[in-house]
Design a binder for this molecule. Structure first.
Ligand SMILES: [Ca+2]
Length: 325
């Protein structure tokens, strides 16, 4: 009996050991995916901030890629000269009768009552069960070994009409590894701005920070198209890639597609929001200033009163003088 128990205990510890070993090797595998951030040529960097991708010339074409399942939604992209943030922009279109299956962020989409819309959606790393539809950037195109630790600053335009083509009215941006597994802990959600009326020509600015040492090699702009769609889905402009502080002043990835720095940049939604707020503050201040000052009407009333008193005084004085003299 004792021997049996001992054997069982030994078997259990062997199992524990093998499980631990498997976990350690899985961890090693995870760690081995992250490579240090290096640039293949220092000349690819600049200390002057400029967009790595500006979409101002047609050279941008070789720096953009369609995602794994982009063809399922007939995703295509082209330069757009009419609706831009600065110079020209990128227009992404979809042409599909519907896409089957889940999208990578289906599991975090909530309904109006804050309940998960797709509780059975697969986990983020089960990419083979999901359709990844959209466009993506690859680190090697910009001479980088990884996007780990980099910050992406960009502008996007999403109209009410265009967003209706997307699940939850949203596009999602996140860093992924070479196997399309999302490595950003949370994807960035791009939605229509509800703060202004003009979503038609207005761009919003966005910032995506990729955490260090997570093994990212691409940034995916995911466009989960739903139902039959044959229209524009999103516009992008001026994608700036900023390296971590450890790179010193030379931390911006140089423009690769012919940036037209002389083209006038429009104000983004966020800038308009800020300036609107300032206007309100200024208005409040001027109201406060006015209320602190004595109104001119008060001076007029005082003036009239003084004159009235003076006139009354003169009349009384005259009457008294007539009585006594
Ligand atoms: Ca541009």
């Amino acid at each position: 009996m004792f021997l049996k128990k001992l054997l069982c205990a030994a078997a259990a510890s062997m199992m524990m050991l093998s499980v631990t070993a498997a976990a350690v090797s899985a961890d090693d595998e995870e760690e081995s995916k992250a490579v240090p951030l290096e640039v293949s040529d220092q000349a690819l960097l600049t200390s002057v901030k400029e967009p790595a991708l500006s979409f101002d010339s047609d050279k941008f074409d070789s720096y953009l890629h369609l995602t794994r399942d982009a063809d399922k939604a007939g995703i295509s992209f082209a330069q757009d000269k009419d609706t831009y943030y600065q110079g020209n922009s990128l227009k992404v279109k979809a042409d599909t009768s519907g896409v089957e299956g889940y999208f990578p962020n289906s599991g975090i989409v909530k309904d109006a009552d804050n309940n998960q819309l797709y509780p059975d959606a697969p986990e983020a790393d089960e990419t083979d069960k999901m359709s990844i539809i959209g466009i993506e950037l690859h680190c090697e195109d910009f001479g980088l070994t990884t996007f780990d630790g980099c910050t992406f600053q960009y502008t996007y335009r999403l109209t009410e009409k265009d967003s209706s083509a997307l699940l939850d009215g949203s596009a999602w941006v996140y860093a992924a590894d070479a196997d399309d597994v999302r490595v950003s802990s949370m994807p960035q959600q791009l939605k229509v701005s509800t703060t202004i009326d003009d979503n038609v020509s207005q761009y919003q600015s966005a910032l995506l920070s990729v955490a260090p040492e997570i093994g990212s090699s691409k940034v995916i702009f995911e466009l989960p198209t739903v139902g039959a769609v044959k229209e524009d889905v999103i516009y992008l402009d001026n994608i700036t890639i900023i390296l971590p502080e450890s790179f010193g002043d030379e931390k911006f990835v140089k423009n690769v597609d012919g940036y037209n720095a002389n083209a006038e940049a429009k104000a983004t939604v966020d800038e308009i929001k800020i300036s609107k707020k300032l206007d309100v503050e200024d208005a409040t201040k001027s109201v406060e200033k006015t209320s602190n000052k004595t109104s001119p009407v008060v001076f007029v009333i005082i003036g009239v009163a003084v004159v009235a008193v003076a006139v009354a005084g003169v009349i009384i004085f005259k009457k008294l003088r007539n009585r006594f003299y």
